[in-house]
Design a protein around this ligand. Structure first.
Ligand code: SF4
Length: 691
């Protein structure tokens, strides 16, 4: 057996391969491991890519593919995929990573390429179904889209006309496009968007929100000196692959990885320091580390003095202290001194010596401390939101905020382009079923209480949509949901939008089949590094046919059976709710190019890419393509990288008109934020005056 090639030899081979590809004027994308020859197909050959059919081996049978990008939908990471569309049969034969995608950079977890099994799932739902027996009896009959749409639209129209807006609700599990359904409901004047968030992530979100007014962190793992992760789900679930690959790159550059997890998770197996803390004790350990930073003077005093509101704190809580930073430092030390390593050890079950050693590692990070807490520690324990809060305290002490290797507010690394039409953000009707006044401090919708709220408020939902949301199975009290869903007094009509069966869809009146990731449109953008990008999920057979010169009017024309996509569904439903436009609803989905006609998804995305994504029109024009053609061709676009510490930027004078400053130095101005093409963290309140 020949000896394995050395790293140098592998690198040399990659260099030779790169030189050969580039000599042909093509783009060389190194393979995922960066050292072997499994490079991605050059984008110049994505229209006609030839591979040998592995199943025909040893015969050399060529397969010709069109490579069409889309976005994975099997978790929130939204990694780029390339669909390999057989040019002879126009079937998707497989999926690989899309090297043009800035977040995933061609790398995927196993669930990405496994998308092909979802397309060919013999049990997937291919036809709209209508309940035939009692709800939950399991009897169904096929129904046409027209009949289903007319029935649903009629009920929604009646609810709106009779001022029963709160009887309409959309409840989402896995969201598609940021803001699309929120805007649809807002166009209807309905405050009925409900999510699954309070079940899993609102604990962590609360902790972050109280620090920075944004509910997620964006850790720059790749450039970190120390990476501190809390919870097993993290980097093994949410933003799994894009973060995981950057954690490994950070480690390759010498970063130390600290993981708090009761289990030896995938992430923990890669840790330099794995702390198997007792559940619920994470905040105690983090506060002990904070105490160490303060006590040893190893925190970033210059950052704290400049950016913390310590004067206000002293004034409010220690009015007898002199208003000096030195006094604040002393008070800060006293505030955290009870959180000793011994205290944290007794809480967590991890020895004080180990905790002290880890605290020293954190102290050595300087401003390069990337941290992330998501889910279990924050969601599974009473007061869990304090875990995220205590974790971000370490960043705040070290000044490791929005600097290379630090942790950013998520909205600074996320770009949601302003859409073609914007209804007002807040409908006039408050919905006590989503934001009950009884819970004034809730950060997210109180979605998990819906069965109880409908019962206590004697409330009825005339039309209740679930979208890949399965509370019957996943929520702790599934039987309460069955009770609600089978009660016609509480649920007038349950419409389940889903590609596959689930326990909640079983209790629906309509089950409407929606496409998988390569069968629908969505725009995505997530905080995965210090940069801004958008990804385009698209029906790949639609894009493939258009590349061949065909015109595709509706995504339904290229999906299996009667499967549809949600964006076209919502547009169609909205028009049927307001057929003559007299309710002022359908205008939000009316074509700008052809007034009086329905907007198409081509116009919707074409407008966004041409008008709301800085740099994209120019980049597309350089290739002789329209912005929409560019996105259909490559599936992703990076708007910018290295956003950096925005808090250091001077606020433009125009925004400071009519300003007052309070005693603590906070500036208040009546001037609204300038119009932005990026509608995160919040779209404008009053929407688009033109409708
Ligand atoms: S990490 Fe998520 S989005 Fe990326 S390939 Fe895996 S399942 Fe798909």
């Amino acid at each position: 057996m020949s000896a394995r090639p050395t790293l140098d030899e592998l690198n040399r081979r990659v260099s030779v391969a790169r030189a050969e590809v580039e000599a042909r004027g093509e783009t060389f994308y190194p393979g995922a491991s960066r050292v072997h020859l499994a490079a991605f197909p050059p984008k110049e050959r994505w229209s006609d890519w030839v591979e040998l059919d592995s199943r025909a081996w040893p015969e050399r049978v060529e397969r010709r593919y069109m490579l069409v990008p889309t976005t994975c939908f099997n978790c929130e990471s939204a990694c780029g995929l390339l669909a390999y569309v057989d040019r002879d049969t126009l079937e998707v034969r497989k999926f690989e990573g899309n090297p043009e995608h800035p977040g995933s950079r061609g790398r995927n977890c196993a669930k990405g390429p496994a998308t092909v099994t979802q397309l060919t799932d013999p049990d997937r739902i291919l036809t709209p179904l209508k309940r035939a027996g009692e709800r939950g009896e399991g009897k169904w009959e096929p129904v046409g889209w027209d009949e289903a749409l007319d029935d649903i639209a009629g009920r929604i129209r009646a609810a709106i006309d009779e001022d029963r807006h709160r009887e309409i609700m959309y409840h989402v599990g896995r969201p598609g496009e940021d803001g699309f359904t929120e805007r649809t409901l807002a166009a209807w004047g309905v405050d009925g968007h409900n999510s699954h968030t309070n079940i899993c992530s609102s604990g962590a979100r609360a902790g972050y929100h109280f620090w920075m007014g944004m509910d997620r962190p964006s850790p720059d793992h790749e450039n970190a000196q120390v990476i501190l992760l809390v919870s097993s789900h993290l980097e093994a679930g949410h933003y799994f692959n894009p973060h995981a690959q950057r954690v490994m790159e950070g480690k390759k550059r010498g970063a130390k990885l600290i993981v708090f997890d009761t289990r030896l998770s995938n992430t923990a197996t890669h840790a330099d320091h794995w702390l198997s803390t007792y559940p619920g004790s994470e905040a105690a350990v983090l506060l002990a580390i904070a105490n160490h930073l303060i006590r040893t003077g190893s925190y970033n005093a210059a950052f704290v003095e400049r950016w913390w509101n310590w004067r206000e704190y002293l004034e409010e809580n220690h009015p007898d202290e002199p208003p000096t930073f030195e006094a604040f430092q002393r008070v800060l030390g006293e505030l955290y001194e009870e959180y000793t390593f011994e205290f944290a050890a007794s809480e967590s079950g991890v020895s004080a010596e180990t905790l002290a050693a880890v605290a020293e590692v954190v102290a050595g990070a300087g401003t390069r401390l990337s941290t992330h807490n998501w889910r279990s520690a924050a969601a599974g324990n009473l007061g869990g939101w304090q875990v995220a809060r205590a974790l971000f305290l370490l960043n705040a002490l070290l000044g490791a905020i929005a600097v290379p290797g630090g942790t950013y507010p998520n909205a600074w690394n996320k770009f949601v382009p302003r859409p073609i039409r914007m209804p007002p953000r807040h409908p006039k009707h408050w919905n006590e079923l989503t934001w009950p006044g009884e819970y004034p401090l809730s950060l997210m919708e109180m979605s998990f209480l819906l069965p109880h709220l409908t019962r206590e408020q004697e409330a009825r939902l005339a039309v209740y949509f679930t979208r890949v949301y399965n509370p019957v199975w996943t929520n702790p009290d599934g039987f309460s949901w069955i009770e609600m869903l089978t009660d016609p007094e509480r649920i007038g009509l349950h419409v389940a939008l889903t590609p596959t069966w689930n326990e909640t869809a079983f209790f629906a009146d309509y089950v409407l089949p929606m496409g998988h990731s390569s069968e629908r449109h969505d725009l995505t953008s997530y905080e995965q590094y210090d940069g801004l990008w958008i990804g385009f999920r698209q029906p790949v057979l639609r894009a493939a046919r258009e590349r061949l010169g065909e015109t595709v009017e509706s995504t339904r024309d290229v999906t299996p059976g009667e499967v549809w996509e949600e964006n076209e569904f919502w547009i169609e439903l909205t028009w049927r709710i307001d057929p003559d436009g007299s309710r002022g609803i359908r205008q939000f989905f009316e074509s700008r190019e052809r007034p009086g006609e329905k907007m198409t998804v081509d116009e919707y995305y074409g407008w966004i890419f041409a008008n709301s994504v800085p740099g994209l029109p120019e980049k597309a024009a350089a290739e002789g393509r329209s912005p929409l053609e560019y996105m259909r061709r490559y599936g992703a676009f990076e708007i910018g990288s290295t956003v950096g510490p925005l808090y250091e930027e001077r606020v433009p004078d125009g925004e400071l008109a009519d300003m007052s400053i309070d005693g603590a130095g906070r500036a208040y101005t009546r001037t609204g934020p300038p119009p932005s093409l990026n509608v995160v963290p919040l779209p404008p309140l009053d929407g688009d005056g033109e409708g």
